[in-house]
Every structure is written in structure tokens, then in C-alpha cells.
Design a protein around this ligand. Structure first.
Ligand code: MLT
Length: 207
């Protein structure tokens, strides 16, 4: 076990791609929630899937918030540091060596993925951010990203992510040096079957 995170690790299979996926669930999920999605979008990839250690009325998440959509910036910074340290530890423990780590985060997990990348650019070689929000971080505290490829999937009818946030997050990440593709889906905050193919294609182009 890890000293900070409960997690699941599934080793790579021979047919897998040349990267590992770090799965970051949404509020109320756990280390099992995104494993089927990871398997679907990158068959045979090593999967590292931690459970967020903050509980909100019994629901795991990766950092605190004051209310829905009102994120606790100090806690976000602290937990992003813990997540960056965890992925480095786990990569050593599971022999991932130099295998690039791609974050795949949904909702609260997408927000911690983006914050971790901005504050600790070496944590991930790229990321898929499903329904992220703009982060309460200053551009001045963002580290320098080395052109990491990022895919943001936003929902046209998302009732949780306020209007304008996906574009604002994209611009923030681009200014930090990332290569960001923002794509819009017709639906809301929930994951849609159709996006799995989009994510799978985008990941395939990476390897
Ligand atoms: C967050 O708190 O990160 C966002 O409100 C997304 C969520 O978890 O619902």
C-alpha cells in the first residue's frame, strides 16, 4: 500500500501502448470507477488509479471545495503536490521506469490533473481532461510545460462547469506551454459513450 493514497495498479500487457494511464475519478468515485474506461481507451496500458483522499459527505474527491464549483485553492495546491509525489513513488514501485504517464481525469479528477500538471509539470507527459473547470490558480504560479499534449472534452449542456470555463482553462494551459485541443460534445457533465472513441483516437496518435 501507499502511505497517502489507496489505489489500484494494473500492469501493462504486451499489446499495450507505450504509455501508462493515471486514472483520476470524479466526486463520489473511487479507484475502480475509471478502470473500465482506461481499458476501453488504451487496451493493455498500465493503469494507475488512486482514490481521492478527501471525503465530502462520504464521497471521495481529490481536494476540498467550499461549495459546488467553488474550489479551495490552498487545498488544491497541497493535494496536487501529494498527487505528483504519489505518481513518482508508484512509478518506481511498479517498475514503470521512463514510461510516459498520461493523466485521464473526469470532473474533480480532471481538475486535479490540470492543477498537478501546472504546478508540477514533470508529473504527467500529457492529459485527457473530461469536463474540467477553470482553476483558482494564478498564471504566475504555473510551472513551464514542455509542450505536453492535452485533450479537453467539454459538454455544451454541462450544468456544473460554468460557461466560458473550458476556453479559459485552455488559454491558461496554452500560456503555460501546453499543446491543447478543446473539443465540444453535445451533452452535459456525464460521460458519453461517444467520447470513448475520441479519447482512444487521440491517445493512439500519441504513441
Ligand atoms: C470540483 O469540485 O472539482 C468540481 O466542482 C467538479 C466536481 O467534482 O463536481
Amino acid at each position: 500500500a501507499d502511505e497517502v493514497f489507496d489505489y489500484r495498479f494494473l500492469p501493462a500487457r504486451p499489446e499495450g501502448p507505450g504509455f501508462a494511464l493515471v486514472l483520476l475519478h470524479g466526486t463520489g468515485g473511487d479507484e475502480h470507477s475509471l478502470v473500465p474506461i482506461g481499458e476501453a481507451v488504451a487496451p493493455g496500458a498500465a493503469l494507475l488509479s488512486p482514490r481521492g483522499q478527501v471525503l465530502e459527505q462520504g464521497q471521495p474527491r481529490f481536494f476540498r471545495r467550499f461549495a459546488e464549483g467553488v474550489l479551495d485553492a490552498d487545498d488544491l495546491r497541497r493535494r496536487a503536490g501529494e498527487l505528483a509525489a504519489f505518481v513518482t513513488r508508484a512509478a518506481v514501485r511498479h517498475g514503470l521506469g521512463e514510461t510516459p504517464r498520461i493523466a485521464l481525469g473526469y470532473s474533480n479528477g480532471a481538475n486535479i490533473a490540470a492543477a498537478t500538471l501546472l504546478l508540477h509539470p514533470a508529473a504527467f507527459a500529457g492529459a485527457v481532461l473530461l469536463r474540467p473547470m477553470q482553476l483558482p490558480l494564478g498564471q504566475d504560479e504555473a510551472g513551464r510545460l514542455a509542450g505536453q499534449p492535452l485533450l479537453i472534452l467539454a459538454g455544451r449542456r454541462d450544468a456544473i462547469v460554468p460557461a466560458g470555463h473550458p476556453e479559459a482553462l485552455r488559454d491558461f494551459l496554452v500560456r503555460a506551454g501546453a499543446e491543447v485541443e478543446l473539443r465540444w460534445l453535445p451533452g452535459g457533465h456525464g460521460l458519453a459513450e461517444e467520447e470513448l472513441a475520441i479519447v482512444a483516437d487521440w491517445l493512439r496518435a500519441l504513441s
